[in-house]
Design a protein around this ligand. Structure first.
Ligand SMILES: *Cc1c(COP(=O)(O)O)cnc(C)c1O
Length: 387
């Protein structure tokens, strides 16, 4: 489907793949086809659009653009990142076992540990930064390995190619949640992953105005199984949401470059600040997996975590005195956000587990936006001066 765009580079594909001018009107931007059903010309439902849960032209444009970003062949769009994940896990059946990185998005952890485990899937959560832990967790019924890199909120790096080899040696699929890096900086399918999952709510949408998800695949055999699951389960995005994600993707390349430049500047500023005890950013040479990050990513992304004194009152005073950064969950939008994992994104994780991951009461996760980086640093400076 996207073959004719293959010689194009990333930024060109992001703007043009799946997005030819509308043949009926010449509209340069793919129209929002806000229709639930489509006129049929004969009794054959195997071609053309029938009903928007099964397929919709606006969603189709997005689904053609997605694989061109990840160097995959097939894309499926969903109503949210978790809708995409839920559908991917329906490749498995009762009694199958999944090895998951422990340090995954909180909602992913709950989907696996609290919901799908009740449907007869078995999960083992391991620290996947050490390949030996993944190897030790593999069983004869392991059918999938699920990881995320960089991880949230500690920004650790997991060796995607190493895990792919391990998973495949055991006949298991590797699924990688590529939300944090975005396909601009990391392409897990080229490192051996079988499935890439996204919360398009984040960098792909890029403007904090839509919830969406996606799965991207290289192999037809997996697409032939997931495509029907997408319409059978039905967690699809509406045409307007698909259009918003597609519009966001057009500027992904320039946005990601600036996100990374700003994040790097923020990370370097924080490292030198006496009130900041630690900074987690894979682009810093002192990050324990900086070399691995430099090997498997082409940039280090826009997320920075750092630690203040583990004092909730102090942390709250800091967050409330910021003028540009907003205290909010989510990430990947043009505006800078700060979240406090211990009380916000990871509050459902038991305290002992949080501590094991390094999620202290002083840890702050920062989605560095596209404002002027000197203004961001001035804002940090005045807020840190008050704590
Ligand atoms: C936000 C997020 C999700 C969940 O996506 P939704 O769109 O909120 O359903 C999954 N993984 C990661 C890494 C995320 O940041």
């Amino acid at each position: 489907m996207t073959d004719q765009t293959r010689p194009w580079r990333f930024a060109t594909r992001a703007i043009h793949s799946g997005q030819e001018p509308d043949p009926s009107t010449g509209s340069i931007v793919p129209p929002i086809h806000q229709s639930s059903t489509f006129l049929m010309h004969d009794l054959d439902t195997s071609h053309g659009y029938v009903y928007s849960r099964l397929g919709n032209p606006t969603r189709q444009a997005l689904e053609q653009c997605l694989p061109s970003l990840e160097e995959g062949r097939y894309g499926l769009a969903f109503a949210s990142g978790l809708a995409a994940e839920t559908t991917a896990l329906h490749l498995l059946k009762q009694g199958d076992h999944v090895v998951s990185a422990a340090d995954v998005y909180g909602g992913t952890y709950r989907l696996f540990a609290e919901v799908l485990s009740q449907w007869g899937l078995e999960f083992t959560f391991v620290d996947a930064t050490d390949l030996q832990n993944v190897a030790d967790a593999m069983r004869s019924n392991t059918r999938m390995v699920w990881i995320e890199s960089p991880t949230n909120p500690m920004l650790q790096i997991i060796d995607i190619a190493g895990i792919a080899r391990l998973a495949h040696a055991h006949g298991a699929l590797l699924a990688v949640d590529n939300t944090f890096a975005s396909p601009y900086f990391q392409k897990p399918l080229t490192l051996g992953a079988d499935i890439v999952s996204h919360s398009t709510t984040k960098y792909l949408g890029g403007h904090s105005d839509v919830i969406g998800g996606a799965l991207i695949l290289s192999r037809q055999e997996l697409y032939d199984r997931l495509k029907p699951l997408q319409s059978i389960i039905g967690a699809v995005p509406g045409p307007f949401d698909a259009w918003l994600v597609l519009r966001g993707i057009k500027t992904l390349a320039v946005r990601m470059r600036q996100h990374a430049e700003n994040a790097h500047a923020v990370a370097r500023y924080l490292v030198a600040h006496p009130k900041v005890s630690r900074v987690h950013y894979p682009g810093l040479p002192e990050h324990p997996q900086h070399d691995l990050a430099a090997r498997q990513m082409t940039g280090f992304g826009g997320m920075v975590s750092f630690e203040l004194k583990p004092d909730l009152e102090l942390v709250q005073r800091f967050l409330r005195s910021l003028r540009i950064f907003s205290m909010a969950v989510s990430l990947g939008g043009v505006e800078s956000l700060m979240a406090h994992p211990a009380t916000m994104t990871h509050s459902s994780v038991p305290e002992e587990t949080r501590r094991r991951f390094g999620i202290t009461d002083g840890l702050i996760r920062c989605s560095v936006g596209l404002e002027d980086k000197d203004d961001l640093i001035t804002d940090l400076e005045q807020a840190l001066a008050g704590v």
